[in-house]
Write a protein that binds this ligand. Structure first.
Ligand SMILES: Cc1cc2nc3c(=O)[nH]c(=O)nc-3n(C[C@H](O)[C@H](O)[C@H](O)COP(=O)(O)OP(=O)(O)OC[C@H]3O[C@@H](n4cnc5c(N)ncnc54)[C@H](O)[C@@H]3O)c2cc1C
Length: 338
């Protein structure tokens, strides 16, 4: 039987693995994450994709976990509503169509469960050599194996593309925007309702998922290309970006090493404590507010601070003074505010 290696257990990798396994290939999928990845945005299933998931026999399972929005609002940097619709949302389109939307986590988990393939989690390809009878693949942790074919489905910063065609700078075109997506408790009390927000070069969206128990928040900002940062560094960069429409603050009164960030929609009118905190974050003196400056300089600062923190063996020492609590004003009042 011919064997094939797919790098990346995302949407493309999982779907391809399903079809190739059905066609009789021995499929191996290598994914650098320790398991099927969680987090991320909702994915639309529309047009040809509807036929594909139904022909795979996965349509029913996917529809069972679809998002169910009643509508959306757009607010400005001051939290004022600019637009609302109960007919469509920006993320999923018309609400009365047959299209549906589900979280990327769910797509990936369903594909993984449904596919008869060997999944290797927590590993990555480090070298590819084309030989007469196949491709010799070296793995970061899993030694060397030979496959008839190797496919790169490992996303924007594909390792397969880099190893095969060269540095990604030759292929990736910066579009001037960065997005950060993370889960948060449903601090807005949103019920099947999306809130989009926009202020100058920044903006984003928050919407409830998982029976309104959780929010998925996206924050976006325009910037020149930034250096590649580690995940903790990326979080620090966002946390330090005190821009009007997504101001972040360290939450007062939480235990050292478990500090969250408070997230404000529209100039600080709504607050909460989203993403996974990092121990490193907690060591930042609380009331040191970075001056406004370019994201690039900020990224360099974050990198330098992180490097110092990595070389420090100190525990969490910073004491974070309590700040006056801000009122939780809603845009238009009421539990579902919009
Ligand atoms: C911010 C954002 C918002 C989006 N919003 C929407 C939306 O609202 N609606 C919609 O329909 N679509 C949306 N999309 C698009 C959708 O998420 C993507 O099209 C889809 O996830 C791409 O699938 P993929 O399989 O190519 O890559 P990915 O889903 O990125 O999967 C790549 C996989 O490869 C793994 N990987 C990476 N490097 C390696 C390596 N070296 N070795 C092994 N594994 C590796 C990754 O961990 C990941 O699991 C959005 C995308 C982004 C980035």
């Amino acid at each position: 039987m011919r064997n094939i290696l797919i790098s990346g257990a995302g949407v493309a990798g999982g779907t391809l693995a399903w079809f190739l396994a059905r066609a009789g290939w021995a499929v191996t999928v290598v994914e650098r994450a320790p398991g099927p990845r969680t987090g991320g945005q909702a994915i639309d299933v529309r047009g040809a994709a509807l036929d594909v998931v139904d022909r795979m026999g996965l349509g029913e399972r996917m529809r069972a976990v679809r998002t169910r929005m009643r509508g959306m609002s757009m607010v400005d940097g001051a939290g004022q509503e600019l637009f609302r619709s109960e007919e469509r949302t920006f993320s999923s389109g018309r609400l009365d169509s047959d299209d549906f939307e589900l979280l990327r986590d769910d797509v990936v988990a369903i594909l993984h469960e449904a596919t008869d393939a060997e999944y290797v989690f927590g590993d990555s390809i480090t070298a590819l050599t084309e030989e007469a009878h196949g491709v010799r693949v070296e793995f970061e942790h899993g030694g060397t194996r030979t496959f008839d074919l190797v496919i790169g489905a490992d996303g924007l910063h594909s390792a397969v593309r880099r190893l095969t065609f060269g540095p990604e700078e030759r292929f990736v075109r910066h579009l001037g925007q960065y997005l950060a997506i993370f889960p948060a408790p449903n601090f807005l009390g949103l019920e099947d309702w999306q809130v989009w927000f926009r202020h100058e070069e920044t903006g984003g969206v928050a919407y409830p998922v998982r029976d309104n128990t959780e929010l998925r928040v996206t924050l976006g900002f325009g910037s020149e290309p930034l250096p590649r940062l580690t995940v903790p560094e990326q979080k620090r960069l966002i946390a330090d970006s005190r821009q009007a429409s997504f101001e972040w603050e360290l939450e007062p009164g939480r235990k050292c090493g478990r500090l969250g960030h408070r997230f404000s929609l529209g100039a600080g009118r709504r607050t909460a404590e989203p993403p996974a905190p990092d121990a490193a974050d907690s060591r930042r003196p609380r009331n040191r507010r970075p001056r406004r400056r370019g994201m690039e300089r900020r990224a360099a600062t974050v990198r330098a601070q992180s490097s110092r923190l990595r070389h420090s063996d100190s525990g969490c020492r910073a004491r974070h003074p309590r700040r006056p609590r801000r009122s939780r004003r809603r845009t238009t009042g009421g539990r579902t505010p919009l």
